[in-house]
Design a binder for this molecule. Structure first.
Ligand code: TMP
Length: 237
């Protein structure tokens, strides 16, 4: 959504490390592409040359605790602003679908909830960065903190994890992140979908598509290819 008017379709995935949001973002992207829609799958921090550079700066920092949370918020917002200008807004204006792995809710959850920066300061920063572009649906893959961290440790493959990111703050930090996410979802239930991240990936994907499909159907989204014939589900003997 741009300045309150529907243009394109903007879906954001949020959740802690190990919540499976990246997989689900990809599955939703595949499902919408099969319908012939013009889907741009992207992530934050990142999504542009500058954003990916800032991601590397933040994620390769050896001693993350040395990065002041305000600086984290500023750099995340700087990356976001470039992302909105260069990639998200233009794609929405072309009636495309943008699926973004994290957006402004991450700054509220991590720098606000986790690091306890003032909400009001973050709102100023965020509104400056996002320039009126807000998600139509934010999907929160909610997992209980210990379960998410355990799952994340079992496939330690992201650059953030290699930098020790998940370990620096301890459980109370991650509990505050989770409760900030749940509060944000409760404040705006029409635009948030909270999904139990411990269900099977197929069940989660179906629940998300069930929420997103009506949003896609009411918009005149750009078709770039013919829709792929929907296959009948295979019956399991
Ligand atoms: P991920 O994209 O691999 O999940 O990890 C990115 C990390 O960056 C994750 O720990 C959350 C953190 N982050 C913030 O702290 N603030 C933000 O605004 C964003 C977008 C991410």
């Amino acid at each position: 959504m741009i300045d309150g008017s529907p243009a394109g379709l903007f879906i954001v995935f949020e959740g802690p490390e190990g919540s499976g949001k990246t997989t689900q973002a990809q599955l939703l992207g595949d499902a919408l592409r099969q319908q012939g829609l013009d889907v741009d799958l992207t992530r934050e921090p990142g999504g542009t040359l500058l954003g990916e550079r800032l991601r590397r700066v933040l994620l390769q920092e050896q001693d993350m605790q040395a990065v002041d949370p305000r600086v984290q918020a500023l750099l995340m917002s700087a990356a976001r602003s470039q992302h909105v200008t260069e990639r998200i807004r233009p794609h929405l204006e072309r009636d495309g679908v943008v699926i973004c792995d994290r957006f402004a809710a991450s700054t509220r959850a991590y720098q606000g909830g986790g690091f306890r920066l003032r909400r009001r300061d973050l709102e100023h920063l965020t509104s400056f960065a996002i320039q009126g572009v807000t998600p139509d649906v934010t999907v929160l893959l909610d997992v209980e903190v210990e379960a998410g961290l355990k799952r994340s440790l079992s496939h330690r493959n992201t650059d953030w994890e290699k930098a020790g990111g998940i370990n620096w703050h301890g459980l109370p930090f991650h509990r505050r992140v989770r409760s900030s996410y749940l509060d944000q979802a409760a404040d705006d239930p029409d635009r948030w979908l909270v999904v139990d991240g411990l269900q099977s990936p197929q069940d989660i994907a179906a629940e998300i598509l069930g929420r997103v499909q009506p949003e896609a159907d009411v918009r005149e989204l750009r078709q770039v290819t013919a829709p792929v014939q929907r296959l009948l589900p295979l019956s399991i003997a």
